[in-house]
Design a protein around this ligand. Structure first.
Ligand SMILES: *Cc1c(COP(=O)(O)O)cnc(C)c1O
Length: 219
């Protein structure tokens, strides 16, 4: 099936409140161009160097989202143009993004990555640490980042109930924070190829799909 056809089918499943982020990591620029030609404008990448190479050759009106673990020393390379960083996993990283965004004279929309999966290797805040940060006045001094929501990944499991519980807990936290944090807090980024239907049912506003659109990645 063509990429255009897959995009069309996925989009027909999404409610108006859910955006599709096309995760293009490890896929060549030609395939991204194909998705672009079919109307897709939001793409997600998880490696700074790979992203840089793609940005140079692809259309300038693409909105690039960073979704991978981001090292503080690499923030400066993406700060000039990145549309959103989904994977802010420490307060330190948020401070560095703020400093680099200031140098570029822009405000970078960020999501706090929340760890809900069983796997221990995944990055992210736990709920309590994220809540403390979101409710503190430390965020107010970071004028060049806008924390617009949270991102989460479900466990690698076939147990749909487990996945649903994890997404529901993210949604619950998201709503709790929405009522106490500033009005720009509106994005709940959750759902990948294996679990996005559950994520939509649990209130996702951005699903991040790679394999469903582009097929298996060639590492
Ligand atoms: C790779 C990746 C995705 C997309 O995964 P698929 O299973 O191919 O849809 C989504 N989110 C993050 C954070 C990823 O690293």
């Amino acid at each position: 099936m063509s990429i255009a056809k897959r995009l069309q089918e996925i989009k027909s499943e999404l409610p108006a409140s859910t955006r599709l982020l096309a995760v293009s990591k490890f896929h060549p620029a030609e395939l991204i161009q194909e998705a672009y030609d079919a109307g897709q404008r939001y793409f997600g990448e998880s490696h700074v160097q790979e992203l840089k190479e793609k940005v140079e050759v692809l259309p300038k009106d693409i909105e690039w989202h960073f979704i991978g673990h981001l090292q503080t020393n690499k923030v400066k390379y993406i700060a000039p143009y990145i549309s959103m960083i989904h994977s802010v996993d420490t307060e330190k990283l948020l401070q560095v993004i703020n400093a680099q965004a200031e140098k570029c004279g822009r405000v970078i929309p960020c999501l706090l990555e929340i760890h809900v999966a069983k796997e221990e290797t995944k990055y992210g805040f736990d709920f309590d640490t994220a809540r403390e940060l979101l409710q503190s006045d430390r965020l107010q001094s970071l004028k060049f980042v806008s924390v617009v929501g949270i991102m989460g990944m479900g466990s690698l499991t076939d147990d749909e109930n487990q996945t649903r519980r994890e997404f529901a807990s993210l949604h619950h936290f998201f709503q709790e924070m929405q009522s106490t944090v500033a009005p720009q807090f509106k994005e709940l980024s959750m759902g990948m190829s294996g679990d996005y239907r559950i994520a939509i049912e649990e209130g996702s506003t951005i699903v991040r799909l790679g394999t469903t659109i582009f097929g298996e990645r060639q590492y």
